[in-house]
Design a protein around this ligand. Structure first.
Ligand code: PLP
Length: 465
């Protein structure tokens, strides 16, 4: 590490952290007796902490974000140059990077047409929800306000996004939530017994799981249902790729009942699964696509809500209705650093052929994780797509009972001690976070994959000796 900070500066940083910082998603009691980890520097796939310890980052900044890796000078320069030209103007006016990124993004999303800039994934989802509600009032006389979301999916931390949240661990004690959000069942083949579909497999299972969405629409009344919001591959709910047959049936159902399809690509978007967007693996045509994390790989805060020309047309001025436009703003949606960074981020992914690397390295890593199942019976299932993989740990393969989450945490801790950062998730059932997460930057090499797998092998042997 070539840090600019002296040891004294860094010990002050740790004290300031302990005295004043409220970390995200963390229980703080342990920090009374141990130091927090402060990430001081990053380069490529690696980061260094305050003690100079090096880590191979297998989770792209902890939450699937730094898709092109750390220390990209060209992104920093693009942001710097843009900031020196003009840092900000409210997005009721345009900007050079804002227009150029919108054009570039849409070129990767056939069928989509309009880009709305915001700051976070939660906010992008909120914008789509608001549009669905406004369409319900404008087009359907105040009906069709219901938004369906899926068990185990997550759409953000704000209250309406949480109202569409399928993960109990995140929601308990934060209600009451917004009305007219209705849950549909998950589509996880590994836990299909929870759906009463254990007798089905493959495509038959996928179609039956999608049909459970139709049952909810019929129960609620199709005239009340405006949209269905789904993650293409569920992230925090346990890294779940929907089964074969699921997506085409979902699309059919949406069409049949005039339900808008909102795909939440906050995690999968911008290359994470080996295509620009997760939905593009399945040939579906969404009405809304939201994205955040990989858009600028964390070099600037930017998120986008993308929709079709058909949706956009519904919001165009109408002389008989002065309220018929999207009466919404996001102040920092006018920051130019975001689209400037996003443009360069996309150029890097194209020029370095990172989608291809993601698909290849993802296949390799998945095969190696599956290989570990022979040796470690604690791995009940390996799932995911591209460089977005999960390994679910179970106490026994027949009952599929999740391991105590403290054990999963120990694996994460042991890997950290050996210099590899991974994550753990499955926020569906409080206290049962038992799915190890792997989502390295798209630049990963075969040597790095081997290091992650070897370290995992050793950590599992140690924790489950
Ligand atoms: N949607 C999904 C699928 C997510 O995983 C997340 C965050 O992890 C969000 C939305 C919320 O994004 P943000 O934290 O940027 O608000």
């Amino acid at each position: 590490m070539q840090g600019a900070f002296s040891e004294n500066d860094l010990s002050h940083v740790v004290e300031a952290d302990k005295a004043h910082l409220w970390h995200h998603l963390l229980q703080h009691k342990p920090l009374e007796t141990t130091d927090p980890r402060v990430i001081v520097e990053g380069k490529g796939m690696r980061v260094w902490d305050q003690n100079g310890k090096e880590f191979l980052d297998a989770v792209s900044g902890g939450v699937w974000t730094v898709n092109v890796g750390y220390g990209r000078e060209s992104i920093a320069k693009a942001v710097y140059d843009q900031m020196m030209k003009v840092c900000y103007f409210a997005n009721s006016a345009g900007s050079i990077p804002g227009s150029l990124y919108a054009e570039k993004l849409i070129s990767k999303m056939p069928g989509m047409s309009r880009v709305y800039y915001v700051n976070s994934g939660s906010e992008a989802n909120e914008k789509a929800f608001k549009m669905v509600r406004q369409i319900a009032h404008k087009k359907y006389g105040g009906k069709k306000t219901k938004i369906l979301y899926r068990d185990r999916d997550y759409h953000g931390s704000t209250l309406a996004a949480m109202s569409a949240g399928g993960q109990d661990e995140r929601n308990v004690q934060y209600g009451p939530f917004a009305p007219d959000f209705v849950k549909v069942p998950h589509c996880m083949e590994y836990r299909k017994h929870e759906l009463g579909l254990e007798h089905l497999s493959g495509e038959e299972f996928g179609i039956a799981a999608a049909n459970q969405i139709e049952e909810v629409i019929l129960r609620e009344g199709p005239e009340t249902v405006g949209a269905l919001c789904l993650e293409p591959v569920t992230a925090g709910g346990g890294v779940i790729e929907p089964p074969v047959g699921y997506w085409p049936r979902v699309q059919e159902i949406c069409k049949k009942y005039d339900v808008l399809l909102h795909i939440d690509e906050v995690v999968c978007g911008i290359g994470r699964t080996g295509t620009w967007f997760g939905y593009q693996h399945y040939g579906i045509k969404p009405d809304f696509v939201t994205m955040a994390k990989g858009v600028a790989s964390g070099y600037a805060a930017i998120a986008c809500m993308v929709t079709t020309e058909e949706v956009f047309e519904m919001f165009k001025d109408d002389s008989s209705d002065p309220l018929n436009y999207f009466r919404d703003i996001s102040t920092f949606g006018g920051c130019t650093a975001g689209p400037a960074a996003a443009l360069e981020n996309m150029r890097i992914i194209e020029d370095e052929d990172l989608l291809d690397n993601c698909a290849k390295m993802g296949d390799l890593m998945r095969a190696k994780l599956e290989g570990l199942m022979e040796k470690h019976s604690v791995i009940g299932d390996v799932r995911g797509k591209g460089l977005f993989l999960g390994a679910e740990l179970v106490a026994d393969r027949d009952s599929k009972t999740p391991v105590d989450e403290k054990l999963a945490q120990q694996v994460v801790g042991e890997m950290g001690a050996q210099g590899v950062l991974i994550g753990v998730t499955n926020r569906s059932i409080p206290g049962k976070n038992n799915t190890l997460c792997f989502s390295p930057a798209l630049i990963i090499t075969e040597d790095d994959v081997n290091k992650i797998i070897d370290t995992l092998d050793a950590a599992l042997s140690k924790v489950f000796a």
